[in-house]
Write a protein that binds this ligand. Structure first.
Ligand code: SF4
Length: 288
């Protein structure tokens, strides 16, 4: 019943996002990596920019690290860009440039976990697997079971709900429902699935916040190491810098600067000598 009601409500739930409805595996992989930890509306413009410049895994694999990081601007979590770059090279090297269709093989690519693997397998190849993110986790816990779910239970439930011949449309509707109505503070009054929702019909304590697939609130961004790492990459997008000048621009203490710079080098985002620092693969001369 729920699945049928979801299908009937899918046109009302549909969001206008450029990658939705696409069957291009590369475009879907890029969108899913960008959507990890970034809201869909903030992904639209960077996704268009990225796909215009690097429309295939081959073109991405052939570009420099600094080009990929430049195209990633505005998204943050730059480690995702280096993972995507590494994944494109693995696709060219190990899969003849073709994105593999099976979730287990997709999961061997750098930065591709079970959510992203299932999303690419379902949206690009129609694989009958459930796409389980934090939004879908809330829908499952509330509308289907009205109880807290472990991650394994949620994934099994998500898989069991997928119709064999309409995997992509079903998973997209679940994501649309979870991101627009079944949010942290759910919009049950206007939800088109309200009559088919167990929690709405049976009542009780909201099971979603305690469910395993539902993320907890992140620690504050302002002043965090994550923020400073992002600023370091932003500064280097303009061009290589002298090391001493870079530290001044960032106005942070030497110990923290050295620690975070070391992490960026280890992660393959940045190259540093005793005098200069640059995005990996950036061949420009230092600014100033
Ligand atoms: S009725 Fe409320 S809890 Fe149930 S699916 Fe809709 S938004 Fe979620």
């Amino acid at each position: 019943m729920f699945r049928r009601a979801l299908r009937e409500a899918s046109s009302k739930l549909a969001r206008d996002l450029p990658w939705i409805g696409s069957r291009d595996p590369w475009g879907i992989l890029v969108s899913e990596v960008m959507l990890q930890q970034t809201q869909a509306v903030r992904v639209v413009e960077p996704w268009r920019r990225f796909m215009t410049a690097l429309p295939t895994a081959q073109s991405c694999a052939a570009s420099s690290r600094s080009t990929v990081l430049e195209l990633w601007r505005g998204l943050g979590y730059n480690r995702r860009a280096t993972n995507l770059h590494d994944a494109s090279r693995a696709i060219v090297r190990d899969h003849d440039g073709q994105i593999p269709p099976h979730p287990a093989t997709l999961r061997t690519l750098p930065g591709v976990g079970s959510y992203t693997a299932n999303a690419v397998a379902s949206f690009a190849f129609g694989a009958p697997v459930g796409v389980l993110d934090t939004n879908v986790g809330r829908v499952l816990a509330r509308a289907i079971e009205n109880r807290r779910l472990t991650h394994g239970e949620a994934q099994r439930l998500a898989d069991a709900l997928v119709p064999r011949r309409a995997s992509a449309a079903h998973n997209q509707a679940m994501l649309d429902l979870g991101s627009q109505y079944c949010v942290g503070a759910p919009r049950c009054v206007s939800c088109p699935l309200a009559h088919h929702c167990r929690w709405r019909c049976d009542g009780g304590i909201d099971p979603a916040p305690r469910s395993a697939a539902v993320s907890i609130r992140q620690s504050p961004f302002e002043g965090s190491d994550r923020q400073l790492r992002g600023r370091m990459v932003d500064v280097l997008r303009e061009g290589p810098r002298r090391l001493d000048e870079m530290r001044e621009v960032l106005t942070t203490d030497r110990e923290r600067f050295t620690r975070l710079l070391g992490a960026l080098v280890r992660d393959g985002l940045v190259e540093a000598t005793s005098a200069t620092v640059r995005l990996a693969g950036d061949t420009r001369s230092p600014i100033g």
